[in-house]
Design a binder for this molecule. Structure first.
Ligand SMILES: Nc1ncnc2c1ncn2[C@@H]1O[C@H](COP(=O)(O)OP(=O)(O)O)[C@@H](O)[C@H]1O
Ligand SMILES: [Mg+2]
Length: 412
């Protein structure tokens, strides 16, 4: 049987990919750490042919281990499920001669410093970016370059909005840098992070992501998703709607996403391009994830448009031609429940049911310590919805969230 290797399957897209693998009659192997596999949910392990153990914190060892495994097991396609493993996936596919991306640009698909350089070199519309190893150097470079506040300060390598903050004046740089450099290794695998600081022009305006499959360098954009985040100094994601309610002309966003994917050398695989459209209608690419979209966006696309993105992703990395024809024109949304502040969760009211609600789930219980809404780690649960149009889905989401009360324990 044809085999596929998922690099870390214990992510939100993992179950969808494993279900799709079963539908395609593939053997599905999952590469992870031996101690982490014990924590895999039974829904995942039931769909995995066998786990493959390695150590992702040692990229060269992992590449050697997995190359040897894939040769023996006859693996025909590699999927990076976890963002931090996209460079490894590209190198592994190249070592095996399987469909993948240009290996020379593998690190630029993950590292925001290299990504900014690739965007600048290829003329991809994106915010002006400066980098520095520490806050004092960053402050000097901001002044010397005349970069105007507000700026976004973030680490070269992290995700889920961790360490990202909006800074309104030079006084805010040291604290933003401390936050950006707080994590040096990514759990649960212990992958070393590049803590180089980025200062980026802040792009005003609505935020979107473009969901794409690239097959032999041909770019197939599937849909544009609207993304909702917190305001203020942090940018935790609050939800997504597929398709986005769009301004009249979105062609610029589509061109910008295509340019970004080409600048990063994407050739075979799925991609999630985040961009903002400024008040003058100009798109600015924030980042590209060369991996399946998280936050159940694949489920939203399936619900809204009838495209099986997980299946298409697997077919693409196998070098096959996926069927990307939309089967319907509806809309779907997800919204995340957050606590108003970090602390002990005292109570959360019953989650809504009703005509538009597809599914709800809670990841925290009363008595749990929870984070505040400064990054995606503070989520309490989620609500997934569907409607005929994006406007209806968004209105239903507002209504659903209005019905949920979160109470925090009083601090004494
Ligand atoms: N230059 C920018 N201008 C405006 N908002 C930004 C900018 N950079 C990041 N953001 C906001 O912060 C969020 C997280 O930043 P991002 O660079 O995507 O890091 P992560 O890898 O953590 O997702 C973005 O989705 C966006 O809302
Ligand atoms: Mg992002």
């Amino acid at each position: 049987m044809t085999g596929i290797l998922l690099l870390e399957a214990d992510v939100s897209a993992g179950e969808d990919l494993l279900t799709a693998a079963a539908g395609l009659g593939l053997d599905a192997y999952a590469a992870t750490h031996e101690d982490l596999f014990g924590h895999y949910r039974p829904e995942l392990t039931a769909k995995i042919t066998a786990p493959v153990f390695t150590d992702f914190s040692r990229p060269e060892t992992a590449l050697a281990d997995l190359t040897a495994f894939c040769r023996t097991a006859g693996i025909r396609g590699i999927v990076p499920c976890w963002e931090f493993l996209t460079p490894l996936a590209t190198r592994l596919a190249a070592a095996l001669g399987l469909p993948g991306h240009l290996p020379g640009r593998a690190d630029a698909c993950r590292n925001k410093r290299l990504m900014a350089e690739a965007f600048a070199a290829h003329g991809v519309p994106s915010p002006r970016t400066l980098t520095a190893p520490d806050h004092a150097t960053l402050s000097r470079r901001i002044e010397a370059a005349g970069l105007r506040f507000p700026l976004v300060v973030k680490p070269a390598e992290n995700a889920a909005s961790i360490g990202v903050s909006v800074v309104r004046s030079a006084d805010g740089i040291p604290a933003a840098a401390r936050l950006a450099q707080a994590q040096t290794h990514k759990l649960p695998h212990g992958i070393a992070l590049d803590t180089t600081l980025l200062a980026q022009e802040h792009v005003d305006g609505a935020e979107f992501s473009v969901e794409t499959l690239v097959t032999d360098g041909a770019v197939h954009h599937l849909t544009i998703t609207e993304k909702f985040t917190t305001e203020g100094t942090s940018r935790a994601e609050l939800g997504h709607t597929v398709p986005a309610e769009l301004p009249p002309d979105v062609s610029g966003s589509v061109y910008a996403a295509t340019a970004a994917l080409m600048a990063l050398g994407l050739r075979n695989g799925i991609a999630h391009t985040e961009l903002k459209v400024d008040p003058d209608g100009r798109p600015q690419v924030i980042e590209v994830g060369a991996r399946p979209p998280g936050d159940h966006i694949m489920k939203l696309v399936k619900e809204a448009l009838g495209i099986d993105v997980a299946r298409a992703c697997l077919e693409t990395v196998l070098g096959r031609r996926p069927d990307l024809t939309p089967r319907r024109r509806a809309a779907a949304a997800i919204r995340f429940l957050t606590a108003p502040e970090a602390g002990t969760l005292r109570w959360i009211s019953a989650l809504p049911r009703g005509e538009h609600i597809l599914a709800t789930s809670l990841s925290k219980m009363p008595g749990d310590e929870v984070g505040g809404p400064q990054d995606n780690m503070g989520r309490l649960g989620q609500i997934m919805l569907r409607a005929d149009t994006a406007a209806e889905a968004n209105a239903a989401a507002v209504e659903a969230l209005r019905g949920v009360t979160v109470t925090m324990a009083t601090r004494w």
